[in-house]
Design a protein around this ligand. Structure first.
Ligand code: SF4
Length: 213
């Protein structure tokens, strides 16, 4: 029997309304944000992106040429800034050297091969890769995170040890292949995860309480 994930989506959308993700003025800005947001609050990512814009650095060629220390200072508000500077340089090097910093070239590739390429970039894990595919490029690749895992396990739709790819596949099998739907659904899961499905669950008032087993 197909999982009732569309009903989860309807409940969440009715409660929260559209989330308008991902805030970013260009695909490249979203790519940068996908690296900076690793383990960081979005408000801090915004500060780092504001810095990059203020120094006129939000450009693939400029970041590619920039030394890592200067980049690290510019993105300091996002935390783990030295690690993230290296990761960002790796991602941008791949984008510039391999694909000529051309977003359309990325979109023209086979999505599964593009995902593999992204996962080969040091510092890009599945969540970052799928965020880039979905939110920067509009390619339907469902993004999974800690909130997704928590909601799914608490509702008996996944096991504690269900891994990233299995969870992603569960969503992609249950839903039509639709980037707008994946975009909104992931954003709504983050919203419910932050407000209700916290380490201590707040089920009494949660919009998904009727879906509990
Ligand atoms: S808070 Fe409770 S009802 Fe809401 S998603 Fe988590 S487990 Fe489900």
């Amino acid at each position: 029997m197909p999982l009732p994930l569309r009903d989860y989506f309807k409940d969440l959308l009715a409660h929260y309304g559209p989330q308008h993700w991902w805030p970013g003025e260009s695909p490249f800005e979203v790519m940068v944000g996908a690296v900076l947001t690793q383990g960081a609050a979005w408000s801090n990512v915004e500060k780092a992106i504001r810095n990059l814009k203020a120094y006129d650095l939000l450009d693939p060629g400029r970041i590619h040429e920039l030394d890592e220390d200067t980049l690290a200072l510019a993105i300091k508000p996002a935390g783990y800034f030295r690690v993230k500077a290296r990761r960002l340089k790796n991602l941008v090097a791949w984008f510039v050297v391999r694909h000529g910093a051309d977003v359309e070239k990325l979109r023209a590739l086979r999505p599964d091969l593009l995902r593999e390429e992204l996962l080969e970039v040091k510092g890009v894990g599945p969540e970052t890769a799928d965020s880039i595919l979905l939110y920067a490029l509009g390619i339907p690749s469902f993004v999974v995170d800690t909130y997704t895992h928590r909601v799914m396990t608490r509702h008996g739709l996944a096991g504690e040890d269900t891994g990233y790819d299995d969870l992603k596949e569960t969503f992609e099998r249950a839903l039509p292949r639709d980037a707008a739907l994946y975009n909104e659904f992931h954003a709504l899961i983050v919203a419910v995860g932050k407000e209700f499905c916290r380490p201590t669950a707040r089920c009494e008032t949660c919009p998904l309480r009727a879906r509990l087993p």
